[in-house]
Design a protein around this ligand. Structure first.
Ligand code: FES
Length: 116
């Protein structure tokens, strides 16, 4: 079997109330991962694109966070209803969804307008 063409990590981290940083899910639950998996399968990409739940991706202030490799395209503020665009435009057509991309200066930055 050939290697995966793309790997999609969907942050599923949850922190209890009062934590110093926000979480990408509420109590570890989100429909985003399941929706991405379902649409990827329906698009015929099963076995070519892997959709994984991940722990914290350290971009918490921009969450819910998704990253697509090998392009290293970071998406922020992703809602379950955005899954359709990510699958159709990025995973099928190869064009990242610009409206969902994190600002370049925010990715892995120690400080940015969203992070204190
Ligand atoms: S909790 Fe999702 S990136 Fe940190």
């Amino acid at each position: 079997m050939p290697p995966f063409e793309r790997h999609v990590f969907v942050c599923h981290n949850f922190r209890p109330g009062g934590a110093p940083r926000p979480s990408c899910t509420i109590e570890g639950k989100s429909d985003l991962h399941a929706r991405l998996q379902q649409l990827t399968k329906e698009a015929g990409l099963a076995g070519r694109v892997r959709i994984n739940k991940s722990g914290c991706l350290d971009q918490c202030e921009h969450g819910p966070t998704v990253v697509v490799y090998p392009e290293a395209v970071w998406y922020g503020g992703v809602k379950p209803e955005d899954a359709e665009a990510i699958v159709a435009e990025h995973l099928v057509a190869g064009r990242p969804v610009e409206r969902l991309r994190m600002d370049h200066g925010c990715v892995n930055a120690k400080s940015c307008p969203h992070r204190g």
